[in-house]
Write a protein that binds this ligand. Structure first.
Ligand code: AHR
Length: 323
């Protein structure tokens, strides 16, 4: 069985690594020891967040002396499925998967499971009939992120506002859950009306394009924009400026991620609120991989905590941002 193979390769390295931990700060595998090989199927590079997540996972692999086989799916689930098959063929010890969409993974993951390779989901969850197909999910609570933004909007507008929504990739976990959380939070405020909601693929370019269409259709009626991520919020900001409006003043702009480029605009007052969603998942992901390969139990889900930033706390945070 592959899992036994992984354990055979991994346990001596890990035990020796622990023994050496007191003399060295670098937990890299000792010279000559078999190196752990992990495949990472990444969605693509659609956003600042995604780039920071890739970086975090690559850095952490290097720090731990793990060989990382990185596959960029360029935004296509079929490429991620091909990557999973190729990781099986290459005989990796474990797989990290950031799944683009919620559905459509069972057959591919079954093949991986049959090869005895454990899968750790990072960033996004999947819907499956068989939860044993993956070991654990490490991600933020996307529903809560949407709720936090919805509550912020209700509070700041006294429960009366016309809002447009820039949604993430269709069928993806964050797009579904962030829409759900927001809708839930504003449900108690009939004065908050969602004038339009449309997918904009989590990218800045699409966010701008869709916002331009919203402005054409709704004009001055738009009082707020809720974007499912930073990049679309930044695209909306640009569209608003080009339409002669002052983002952050004439129209409230709200987003999720809170990475540096958007955070800087928050401090400048052009964005009004950002909910954090940390992409720094490398350490948690490899802790989980190592535990699973040692045969230790891991929780089915590890929640990454998020905070809300607005004009009240953004400036003091800016210099401390890690991403
Ligand atoms: O799954 C996390 C989301 O995906 C981030 O919020 C977004 O920026 C990214 O593309």
């Amino acid at each position: 069985m592959k899992i036994l193979y992984a354990l055979r390769r991994f346990v001596p390295v890990f035990t020796l690594g622990l023994a050496l931990a007191s003399c060295s700060k670098e937990p890299a595998a000792p010279a000559g020891a078999p190196q752990l090989v992990v495949g990472f199927s990444q969605i693509g590079a659609e956003s600042e967040w995604r780039a920071r997540e890739t970086e975090s996972i690559q850095k952490e692999a290097a720090k731990r002396g793990i060989e990382l086989k990185f596959a960029d799916a360029q935004g296509r689930q079929e490429n991620q499925i091909k990557a999973l098959k190729s990781f099986v063929a290459q005989g990796v010890d474990a797989i990290l998967l950031a799944p683009q969409t919620k559905l459509g993974w069972d057959n591919a993951l079954l093949e991986v499971q049959r090869a005895g390779i454990p899968v750790v989901l990072v960033d996004r969850g999947i819907e499956t009939k068989d939860e044993s197909l993956y070991a654990t999910l490490i991600a933020s609570d996307f529903v809560e992120e949407g709720r936090v933004i919805g509550r912020w909007l209700a509070e700041k507008t006294g429960g009366t506002c016309n809002v447009v929504e820039l949604a993430g990739t269709v069928g993806s976990d964050p797009a579904i859950e962030r829409a759900k959380g927001f809708a839930e939070a504003i449900a108690a405020f009939p004065g908050i009306r969602v004038l339009k909601s449309q997918p904009a693929e989590f990218t800045r370019a699409k966010g701008k394009e869709v916002m331009e269409a919203f402005l054409k259709a709704e004009g001055d009626a738009i009082q707020a924009v809720y974007a499912h991520n930073d990049d679309m919020a930044l695209g909306a900001l640009q569209a608003l400026e080009e339409a002669g409006k002052k983002p952050g003043v004439d129209v409230l702009v709200l987003g999720i991620d809170a990475a540096k480029p958007a955070f800087t605009e928050l401090v400048a007052g052009k964005l009004n609120a950002l909910v954090e969603c940390s992409p720094l998942l490398g350490p948690l992901a490899f802790d989980a991989v190592e535990k699973v390969l040692r045969g230790e139990s891991v929780p089915k889900r590890t929640l990454v905590p998020d905070r809300l930033f607005d004009a009240s706390n953004a400036a003091e945070e800016l210099s401390k941002r890690e991403y």
